[in-house]
Design a binder for this molecule. Sequence first.
Ligand SMILES: [Fe+2]
Length: 136
Amino acid sequence: MAEFFWTDDLCTGSPLIDEDHRRLIAYVNALFEAMETAGPSDAMREAMSDLVQYTREHFGREEAEMERVRYVASLAHKSEHTNLMRQIVALKEMLESGGKINVPAVEAFLSEWLREHIVRSDSKLAAALERGARAV
Ligand SMILES: [Fe+2]
């Protein structure tokens, strides 16, 4: 089964963000499991819906932190969030309307997006939060 493994390079150094990411990854893995074992079903739609909801909450928390420290790269970072939200909401709607998905392609897309975003963007945000915290 495909599984998204937590690796040390995903540690941003921000306890708030890292804790959220661990939970987010648990939701991603629950979706992978449901897609592979249950196929098109209520279980899969539920896992997708849980992932969409948690992702929205998590992005909201990161964006609130960006506002708090007046993060300079917030526009670019938020637009990455908006793009992913658009894609996973489209996926969720497709599943709800009985559409079929390419499971390995969805798994690869989500895994790559998350890993890239965490390593390239969230780590920079975490460093800015750390600087912001020190400046107080
Ligand atoms: Fe982010």
